[in-house]
Design a protein around this ligand. Structure first.
Ligand code: FPP
Length: 346
């Protein structure tokens, strides 16, 4: 008897399938190792960089025709696996993740997205080895300086951006708190685009702090308590006016969970995208496809809300069906009175 594939896989062990898939992987890795240096060499030519930028601009022009999300959020997962895949130390994986984030911010700003938030460090991440926590904190510090410089350099594409580092800052060092205050002050005037770095952050902690803050204010001021609304409460959360509208949440590297993130900010129409791509590999094209998908479904939903049905419109535009008005359930005559088996009318 020939067993189905999944049973054979279980009974015989994964050896054959794994051997085949590792042969295929090794083959692609050999091709990638040969092609990548050529691509990197080509990218060093100004004309190639110009062509690349122009192509991106065309794609951006196309997507801007439709609706674009106001707030996109990333759970940047997979830096360590990326480092392992590329045979690099873990630190390099996190650095590649930092570069990916800044590149995506540049793309989002050009597309017209008003806010990007990124889960950079969860409160749980303090349980990682001490050296890794230190490496991450030092890298954040360097990246914050870099972002701040770029946001204040007129010729830089990130010029005019605002940076906010949100989370429970009682858990970070006094030096780090100083640095956070400084970079926030230096980017205060940016109004084109806001980047929220969630560090160290969890949604429950955010909600808990906002509730505590509201209780304190209400005890001090009765008028505040009686005028408190959901919108006012939401605005006083860490992500300020963007706390009520995470339109698109993207989590990389294959895990399908929220990890205590964007619990309040996700609204009834938020879209969540889980992708198996590792964070440093998540570049412009992958973001673009995610945005196209979002834009497409948002359009359909808007039309549905307006009572517009593309299918109905197409159907009635056909010459041989035009003239037939759609029949609504309400316009049908009422059904006859139902008689139960015991003979009693209902
Ligand atoms: C501008 C700025 C401050 C940049 C932030 C830099 C950055 C990318 C931080 C992410 C850190 C992090 C804990 C990623 C999760 O990958 P992981 O370590 O869990 O990887 P794994 O899923 O492979 O284990």
């Amino acid at each position: 008897m020939r067993l189905p594939n999944y049973v054979r896989f279980r009974l015989t062990g994964p050896s054959k399938e794994l051997a085949r898939s590792s042969r295929v992987n090794a083959y692609f890795k050999r091709i990638k190792d040969k092609v990548m240096p050529i691509l990197i060499w080509l990218a060093s030519f100004r004309v190639v960089a110009w062509l690349h930028e122009s192509l991106q601009n065309i794609l951006i022009g196309v997507i801007r025709v439709g609706p674009v999300p106001r707030h996109v959020s990333f759970i940047m997962d997979g830096n360590r696996r990326y480092a392992k895949k590329c045979d690099m130390p873990i630190k390099k994986g996190h650095e590649a993740g930092g570069v990916a984030l800044l590149n995506l911010c540049y793309a989002c700003k050009r597309i017209g997205i008003k806010c990007v938030s990124a889960y950079a460090f969860s409160i749980e991440n303090f349980n990682r080895p001490k050296e890794e926590v230190e490496t991450l904190t030092n890298m954040f510090s360097a990246k914050l300086d870099e972002f701040c410089d770029r946001a204040n350099t007129l010729s830089d594409p990130l010029y005019g951006s605002r940076l906010r580092i949100v989370g429970d800052h009682s858990l970070v060092s006094a030096d780090m708190r100083e640095k956070i205050k400084r970079v926030e002050r230096l980017t205060d005037n940016g109004d084109d685009f806001t980047l929220y770095i969630c560090f160290p952050y969890t949604s429950r902690n955010d909600i808990y702090h906002t509730v505590c803050g509201s209780i304190e204010k209400s005890l001090a001021d009765r008028a505040y308590a009686s005028s408190l609304t959901v919108a006012g409460f939401t605005r006083s959360m860490y992500l300020e006016e963007f706390s009520n509208n995470c339109d698109l949440l993207i989590r990389t590297s294959g895990h399908m969970r929220l990890s205590d993130y964007m619990l309040w900010q996700s609204h009834e129409n938020s879209e969540i995208l889980f992708t198996s791509t590792l964070w440093p590999d998540f570049g412009f094209i992958r973001l673009y496809l995610a945005l196209l998908r979002w834009s497409f479904f948002t359009n359909i939903q808007r039309y549905n809300e307006m009572g517009f049905s593309l299918r109905r419109k197409l159907y009635h535009s056909l010459p041989f069906v035009s003239g037939h008005a759609p029949v609504s359930v309400d316009s049908l005559p009422s059904p006859p009175i139902a008689i139960s088996v015991t003979g009693e009318s209902e």
